[in-house]
Design a protein around this ligand. Sequence first.
Ligand SMILES: [Zn+2]
Length: 300
Amino acid sequence: MHSDEYFMSIAIDLSKRSKYPYGAIVVKNGKIIGRSDSITNVSKTIYSHAQLIAIEDALCGNDLMDGLVGCTLYSSCEPCLMAMEAILYSGINKLIYGINIEASNLYYNHIEDFSILDIVKKINPHMNIIGGVLEQKAMEVISDYNKKIIESDEKFIDIAIDISKKSFYPFGAIVVRDEKIIGRSDDNVPSKNTVFQHAELIAIDAAVSNIKDSISRGNLHECTLYTSCEPCMMCQEAILAEGISRIVYAATIEDSNQYFCKEYPVSVKEIINRSNSQIKLVEKLHRDKAIVVLKEHGPL
Ligand SMILES: [Zn+2]
């Protein structure tokens, strides 16, 4: 019989190969019967967490209710609220995980999760739960993933700043999905004095046009807007309306105020909080580079 560490190392290997840094397997009588990288009979959506994919794979089309009694779930990370629901319904008897939820939240681009293990233990006191198995290895995957995202953010914010150098006004923006630029503020360049043609609006507009299935607002989920300067209120409205998932900006509104022209000090962070949106925000990345462009352009 293989050890818990053996099976956990397989779950962690899956987490390295996944779009998001999580992996899970379901084991019955020492045999893997479900994997999070299985694509057969699994509907892939944004809600397809590793644990859910592994459970769905293990069920092989059978009912979820008590469909996995006698099974163990190995997950590189402590399951979230949603995955816990499926685990409880499935009748899984043993849950083994690597890192806890707090460690998972260190993932650069992660929505804050919280532990409900105490509730699960009350609902099913017979479930055997063991955490911290190969914790360090699971954490390394999160760290490596974070490094890749930060490198990617640095590459794309530099592109937005480069566009700002060549624009009529010293601002540049791009929209990126799956590492591909799908909208740029120098697409259909209005390199002239247009009042409402802000870089973010041009990039968002180009991105919407480039998405073939775009028939309504809100199609830019899973997209990141990289902009050389923190968006103004007008652009923030477009960001919310089109469902942008992440914003990475360089210079702040205050920087623009100081070096270029008057802007109203309504921070994007405040608007995100007020809108209850889950947009992720990366602030002041390569701010110094963007400030150089604002300074070189000079005041309006
Ligand atoms: Zn704007």
